[in-house]
Design a protein around this ligand. Structure first.
Ligand code: ATP
Length: 333
């Protein structure tokens, strides 16, 4: 039985992780969940945001899945999510964005994947307050990390029979940092002549995505642009409740949905667990259970074909438990 570290996390985390676990169980895959706790609730109980046993569990199992984690302001880290990505060098943040049924009728055929560099950029938190009226933030980009994310994107393109990689930067303005990222990506692109490469500025990318997202295939970009584009793309396909994600490193993989803690709806049993369930499907595929992963994706597609099954974020009637039951009953035996 595969052992997986599970961190339910804060906000809607417990609700969506409970839903995710029963769906995985219903596929027939036996996972031995090692449930650990981290985040703001853990901090309030233990005084530690991420207890040592969480690190131990991740390092032992090498595979983890988590709900969203909230970091209290001024508690050592700017974000524990960012800290975990850096600690385990989870350099590739992969977010597939795909239209589901007809929930977003303006954009019915979106099928793109974001490859976001996950360890550097303005997320390194190198900030300085110069005075009450001036603050600096340093953008750090290295060739090494840029090449690694580019390699991940192009390798994925080959493996998944994708046609095009769009390198997204603002290299016309940030000539040193974005220029270096672009140069590193170009050097990797040259090794994959069978994959088309586009170079596009972040502002133009935003516009193109809203005009016609079907002309985008793989987005290869830096940390901050990737974060913003993730939410933009999520908006195209029904919102953050539908977009899964993975953070992949050399040894360790940590799966998490795109959305945050959603404190505004936490504890009410109304969160949409679909992103978390699709995140588990990504994890199952990573573990070699491709058929079971596809079974989950197909079940989600089937269920959302009927507006009577819409979740609250789509202004539909179903709460977390009800949509989970629907997805389970749509699974192929
Ligand atoms: P963070 O900084 O952690 O990303 P945030 O508040 O900026 O947090 P989210 O937590 O992703 O962003 O929430 C954005 C909006 O989307 C909120 O209105 C939230 O209720 C909604 N939302 C997020 N996830 C879900 C979900 N799974 N189901 C329903 N609504 C969700």
């Amino acid at each position: 039985m595969t052992k997986v570290t599970l961190i339910p996390g804060d906000g809607i985390g417990k609700e969506i992780c409970a839903a995710m676990m029963v769906v995985v169980q219903a596929t027939g895959v036996l996972i031995d969940w090692e449930i650990t706790s981290a985040g703001i609730e853990t901090f309030e109980k233990t005084g530690t945001l991420v207890p040592q046993e969480v690190f131990d569990s991740i390092e032992r199992n090498k595979i983890a899945i988590k709900g969203p984690l909230e970091t209290p302001i001024g508690k050592g880290h700017s974000s524990i999510n960012v800290m975990l990505r850096k600690k385990y060098d989870l350099y590739a943040c992969i977010r597939p964005v795909k239209s589901i049924a007809n929930i977003s009728p303006r954009f019915p055929n979106v099928d793109l994947v974001i490859f976001r560099e996950n360890t550097e950029d303005l997320y390194m938190g190198v900030e300085e307050i110069i005075s009450g009226d001036e603050a600096h933030s340093i953008k750090i980009i290295t060739r090494k990390a840029s090449v690694k994310i580019a390699q991940a994107a192009y390798e994925f393109a080959v493996k998944e029979n994708r046609k095009k990689v769009s390198i997204v930067t603002k290299a016309n303005i940030m000539k040193a940092t974005d220029g270096l990222f672009l140069d590193a990506c170009r050097s990797v692109a040259a090794l994959y002549p069978q994959i088309k490469t586009d170079e596009i500025l972040i502002d133009n990318m935003c516009m193109q995505l809203v005009i016609d997202p079907t002309s985008t295939d793989i987005i290869l970009t830096q940390n901050l642009y990737g974060d913003i584009l993730s939410d933009l793309c999520a908006g195209l396909v029904g919102g953050v409740g539908f977009v899964p994600g993975a953070n992949i490193g050399t040894d360790i993989a940590l799966f998490e949905a795109v959305h945050g803690v959603a404190n505004d709806i936490a504890g009410q049993g109304i969160a949409n667990p679909t992103a978390m369930i699709l995140t588990a499907a990504m994890m199952l595929k990573h573990l070699g259970y491709a058929q079971e992963a596809l079974n989950i994706e197909n079940a989600v597609e089937t269920v959302f074909q009927d507006p009577a099954n819409y979740t609250r974020d789509l202004k539909g009637p179903l709460d977390t438990q009800a949509i989970t039951k629907k997805i389970i009953s749509a699974l192929k035996p």
